[in-house]
Unconditional design. Structure first.
Lengths: 110, 665
């Protein structure tokens, strides 16, 4: 999975593309660590190009949320694809981590 | 089990249950001697317990199946082999790791060292196997023993499948080849194989091999899709475990956040009552927080995502706190010191055993009853919510796939997997060999732990009412738990004949022909069923231990209930890993049984004397009860054999481990 980071105002946006699975979960973790060390701890994960997420990927999202909160910030997800939305609903994770429609929408809440 | 034998078993099950119901029904309706209700009632209850046990056994055996050979394992399946260890000798773990390296199917071997020992790390490096210890996230957080060890390792590895091995369970090279094929079915989450011990003698006085459980019983449960995880010698699908973890995370966060917001509301209301004395700024700040609590609770109940609900709430509390900073600084300082001192016993205690955030009402009362400065009140609110927030600050990691509600994490995890719709497999082939306890004390500690753990699951997540389980699955889990209640029945089965033989007190209306006509067929059919099911399997030890360990079973039920209902710690017993020094006959361990034996023998003598002198009421009655006493004695005798038993000294390494089994195995 490819992850590119950019900064928009007080928020860091991590654009992800590929599959978020047990194999790629680590790269998400590393990218989040790096971002938290480099800039403001408010992260938006742009998942527009992520076609598939498994439970390990969801676990990685939860861990990322925890790290962001620990760093005094927060984490949101945006632009999820159909498969990801379904998985979030099946596990009820959407009740803790709401998928925002797009990056600006996610940023606005803050 | 071949079809002919299964048909025979089913016939016997039906006959036994019919005969049993006829007998017990007659007992309740016609044969209870209510004038001696104090012994008559417990006895008929104990017999009813045994009938229910027989019914559950029959249900288990109804679908006993032997699975056909699975497909060969797919080459591209990635597997992590986890060897869990805490304080076992390094050489033992190395032996297991070496065998694990020789497993044919491609895999990565990991030693999960909860003891974080430098010697173990070096040994792992020399062998070339992976080495995992708890991350720093676990500092000052509940450890959760083996469940925590596995949960930690899940986040350090990537294999699609996990083979879990205890430190002493040496695997065969073909273990993955024989089990991975089952996972071609995408709904299979677990393949459990038997636990078999290489250091057990033929007569097995400690009852370590559990051939009935790792045999007909698991095969029976398998038929109902209820074969459960036994902590070792099993292959698990990572996706299933992680899904469990995510679902569990969501559920626990929601419950904890709701509890914490309720508590926060109470703290703020309390502080508000005295707020006017501190001035209008304080009142405004507290009102703002009270409103934030109301909003947060409303939003949470409406199903809004908790991430932003808690985030917004904490920001509101922060804003109000900042507004109060200019208030009475000295008072604030004093209160904060007090708060710090109290944070050991704060309202969000993390239960040592469970690690779940528990908003402790008593602690909360203490907290709310204090005369906090307004800022102190807000700080405690913030602390509360922070502990249970979506990042689960009270736990090392927010996602805990393996269940932590019980000291035996394996059965609880399997039950949760089943309730999410996953399926399990029992593969009846010994593919790993381990080491069983070699003395009575160690064996007792191990069995106590299993019993306590099972009863904890029974009380916390009762299978009869869990959502998502099929009827068969409910009965199968319940059957294991029910068997641990045998201690209570055993006490009655010892007391009743003694009371009759010594004092002539009849728990039944008569011991005549009517009684024998109904009792004998039931007993005979029950024994036949057992013999057919256990054909070729040594079941006597298990049977003996289910009664002979009655003090242990009772203690397990009692302490588990005290733990779950009353919050008392279990007094966790760590099974020692090295041979215990020979200290002579361990009387203390078997005192209740010794007393029972003496009492039984005396009762026998007294009963016969009474018959001889004509004071006894009935010859049949005395006869029946003497036979009963002899049976009890033969069953209990196993414990003395076990107490005397020392393993042959040709073992250099002595170790203890081993996992699940029903009461009696």
């Amino acid at each position: 999975m490819e992850i590119t980071a950019r900064q928009e105002a007080e928020v860091q946006v991590l654009e992800c593309s590929g599959r978020l699975t047990m194999v790629t979960a680590r790269s998400l973790r590393d990218a989040v660590e790096q971002a938290l060390g480099a800039g403001p701890p408010r992260l938006v994960l742009d998942l527009g190009e992520v076609g598939f997420v498994d439970s390990s990927g969801l676990g990685a999202l939860i861990s990322a949320l925890k790290r962001a909160r620990q760093a005094g910030g927060d984490l949101r997800i945006a632009a999820v694809t159909e498969q990801v939305r379904t998985v979030l609903k099946l596990t009820n994770l959407d009740r803790v981590l709401r998928p925002y429609a797009d990056v600006p929408g996610a940023r606005d809440g803050w | 089990m071949n079809p002919v034998r299964l048909a025979l078993v089913r016939v016997l099950v039906v006959l036994t249950l019919l005969a049993g119901t006829w007998y017990v029904g007659w007992r309740w309706l016609f044969s209870v001697n209510w004038s001696s209700w104090w012994i008559a009632l417990p006895l008929v209850l104990a017999e009813t317990y045994a009938l229910v046990d027989a019914f559950l056994f029959g249900t288990t055996m109804w679908r006993a199946r032997r699975r056909p050979q699975p497909d060969p394992a797919p080459d591209e399946a990635t597997v992590d082999v986890f060897i869990t260890t805490y304080n076992e000798p390094v050489e033992m773990v190395v032996a297991t790791a070496r065998a694990a390296q020789r497993i044919r199917h491609p895999h990565t071997t990991w030693i999960l060292d909860d003891g974080a020992r430098p010697e173990m790390r070096e040994a792992a490096a020399r062998l070339g196997v992976g080495y995992v210890t708890r991350s720093e996230d676990w500092a000052d957080r509940p450890r959760h023993a083996k469940a925590g060890n596995l949960n930690n390792a899940l986040f350090e590895t990537e294999g699609e499948f996990l083979l879990i091995l205890d430190a002493d369970q040496v695997p065969e090279p073909e273990i993955l080849d024989r089990t991975l094929g089952y996972f071609a079915d995408p709904e299979i989450a677990l393949v459990q194989t038997p636990q078999w011990f290489s250091n057990v003698t033929e007569s097995d006085p400690l009852g370590s091999q559990a051939p009935l459980f790792y045999g007909p019983i698991q095969q029976g449960k398998d038929g109902w899709n209820a074969a459960f995880f036994c902590g070792s010698n099993a292959v698990l699908r990572r996706e299933a475990l992680m899904q469990l973890g995510v679902v569990g995370y969501v559920r626990e966060v929601r419950e904890a956040v709701e509890d914490a917001l309720d508590a926060a509301g109470r703290i703020v209301r309390r502080a508000r009552r005295d707020a006017t004395a501190h001035g209008p700024a304080v009142v405004a700040a507290l009102d703002a927080v009270a409103a934030a609590v109301t909003t947060a609770r409303r939003r949470a109940r409406a199903g809004e995502e908790l991430g932003s609900v808690t985030y917004d709430f904490r920001r509101a509390v922060d804003a109000a706190s900042r507004a109060l900073v200019d208030a009475d600084v000295a008072q604030i300082r004093a209160d904060l010191e007090e708060l710090e001192r109290m944070s050991e016993g704060g309202p969000v205690e993390v239960d040592e055993e469970l690690g779940l955030p528990v908003v402790d009402d008593q602690s909360l009362e203490r907290l709310a009853a204090r005369d906090w400065s307004p800022l102190g009140a807000l700080q405690s609110v913030d602390q509360l919510v922070r502990a249970v927030d979506v990042d689960r600050g009270d736990e090392a990691q927010p996602v805990m796939p393996l269940a932590t509600i019980s000291v035996t994490e394996d059965m609880a995890t399997a039950m949760r997997l089943h309730s999410l719709g996953w399926r399990s497999v029992y593969h009846h082939e010994t593919l790993a060999k381990g080491l069983a306890p070699e003395d009575l004390r160690t064996m007792l500690q191990q069995r106590l732990r299993w019993a306590q753990g099972t009863m904890q699951v029974f009380l916390r997540e009762n299978p009869l009412v869990q959502r998502g389980l099929s009827l068969g699955q409910r009965l199968m889990y319940f059957a294991t738990m029910w068997s641990y209640l045998s201690g209570f029945a055993a006490v009655v089965f010892i007391a009743a004949p003694v009371i009759y033989l010594c004092f002539g007190v009849l728990p039944v209306n008569a011991y005549g022909m009517e009684f024998l006509q109904r009792f004998v067929p039931y007993v005979v059919l029950n024994q036949l069923l057992f013999m057919v099911v256990g054909y070729g399997v040594k079941t006597w030890r298990g049977h003996q231990y289910s009664l002979a360990l009655f003090p242990l079973w009772i203690r397990a039920c009692w302490t588990a209930a005290a733990n779950v209902v009353g919050g008392r710690p279990l007094g966790f017993v760590v099974t020692p890993k090295t041979r215990q020094a020979r200290t002579g006959f361990p009387w203390r361990l078997v005192l209740p049984q010794a007393v029972a034996v003496v009492v039984l023998v005396l009762a026998c003598v007294v009963g016969v004397v009474r018959l001889w002198t004509g004071t006894a009421g009935s010859a049949i009655g005395t006869g029946v009860n003497v036979v009963w006493v002899v049976y009890d004695l033969v069953v209990i005798s196993v414990i003395f054999e076990a107490a005397r038993f020392r393993a042959p000294d040709n073992h250099e390494e002595v170790a203890v481990h081993g996992d699940h089994g029903q009461a009696g195995g």
